[in-house]
Design a protein around this ligand. Structure first.
Ligand SMILES: Cc1ncc(COP(=O)(O)O)c(C=O)c1O
Length: 391
């Protein structure tokens, strides 16, 4: 059976170009980038190249890039780093209800240490109102953290307006661009971002590597201490092969981004239009106008999303009920609830996410399979069986 992968917001396939860039680091350039000898300098050269590439990817300077283990660490370093570096007696953070758990759970942990956190609501498309951000700022606010694009529904936030408000109020602005990276152009200056998180595995680099952009002059306390790596911001011997892969993936994205986004968006739109034509009672979750080009979160009324995902998987199609980190959870998606959906509708929603490897032929195969699966699930499984199992 041919398998079709439409879960690229969970993770992506490593691009051959990326693998090619990594292999020599394991075979030959295995030195420690901090060593003074030739082996070390060779590794340092690879690190410098990757740093330049990632900087170029987000429109920053190389010395503003800190390599990390991925999105979760980047988000933690940004938020905890700013909070712990601040000497203020009272500290306040503004974020939103639709952030990834890497941000939400970090904020919740900080609340337990006495930090105040405002979780802003979103509208029915998942958009934050910049005026709500402005109104939430008070004397104690030290950080605004609003994601670029949502991992479940793809909604892209008005970052330019929010960044401008942060700048006017002299508050640090962090954006989690983990899902946006490799799908749309990233520009820290356009958004006045002081901190921006990315993770390699969402754009065809391997898992376990990412980066945090830190604007020059930003006060940040490291999460772990040790050597002077990464300009004292992230101690530990650099993972040169993975970082070289991250740099190659960034370069690949920069070189083909416009065409990549357009091709994927056309395919996604074709998929959506055909689903609406072939399957009754389907609705889109999120914003049609302001969203990632690859994401389609669809609500199949009266069909249970977990049953849909399992039955599609049995037919060779991989998709998801939402965030991979939350899968297996019996709780409804916090993102869909924040849009105002009732629990039954949150439990009827499935995310399809495409990549540069998705083909028209694959989409056509999914379109043939989907109507039958939806109809079977509607007949067989009560929506929210998970919900009832809980009570
Ligand atoms: C928006 C967002 N932020 C953060 C993360 C966490 O990234 P990582 O899995 O690299 O730790 C993810 C991963 O799904 C994400 O989608």
């Amino acid at each position: 059976m041919r398998r079709i992968y439409l879960d690229n917001n969970a993770t992506t396939r490593v691009a051959p170009e990326v693998l090619e860039a990594m292999l020599p680091c394991y075979r030959d350039a295995y030195g420690n980038a901090s060593s003074v000898h030739a082996f070390g300098q060779e590794a340092k050269g690879l690190l410098d190249t990757a740093r330049q590439r990632v900087a170029n990817f987000v429109n920053a300077e190389p010395n503003e890039i800190v390599f990390t283990s991925g999105g979760t660490e980047s988000d933690n370093l940004a938020i905890r780093g700013v909070v712990e570096a601040s000497a203020r007696p009272r500290k306040h953070i503004i974020t939103t209800r639709v952030e990834h758990h890497a941000v939400l759970h970090t904020c919740e942990a900080l609340q337990k240490t006495g930090v105040d956190v405002t979780y802003l609501p979103v509208d029915s498309e998942g958009l934050v109102n910049p005026e709500d951000v402005r109104k939430a700022i008070d004397q104690e606010t030290i950080l605004i953290s609003v994601m670029h694009s949502n991992n479940e529904i793809g909604t892209a936030q008005p970052l330019r307006e929010i960044g401008q408000i942060a700048l006017e109020h002299d508050v640090y602005f962090h954006t989690d661009a983990v899902q946006a990276a490799g799908k749309v152009r990233l520009d820290v200056d356009e958004w006045e971002a002081d901190l921006l998180s990315i993770a390699g595995h969402k754009f065809h680099a391997p898992k376990g590597v990412g980066a945090l952009y830190v604007r020059k002059g930003t006060r940040l306390r490291p999460l772990c201490f040790g050597g002077a790596h990464e300009r004292n911001r992230r101690a530990g011997t650099e993972n040169v092969p993975q970082i070289a892969g991250l740099g190659a993936a960034a370069d690949l994205a920069v070189s083909e981004l416009e065409k990549r986004s357009q091709t994927i968006a056309e395919l996604r739109d074709y998929f959506e239009n055909e689903v609406f034509r072939r399957v009754p009672e389907v609705a889109l979750n999120g914003s049609r106008a302001s969203r990632l080009p690859n994401t389609s979160n669809l609500r199949f009324e009266r069909a249970d999303s977990e049953a849909l995902v399992i039955n599609l998987d049995l037919e060779g199609v991989a998709c998801s009920t939402g965030s991979a980190c939350a899968s297996g959870s019996i709780e409804p998606s916090h993102v869909l609830l924040a849009l105002g959906l009732p629990i039954e509708q949150a439990f009827s929603s499935v995310r399809f996410s495409l990549s540069r490897y998705t083909t028209r032929e694959e989409i056509d195969t999914v379109l043939e399979i989907l109507p039958g699966v939806v109809s079977r699930c509607r007949q067989a499984t009560p929506v929210g069986a998970r919900l009832h199992a809980r009570t």
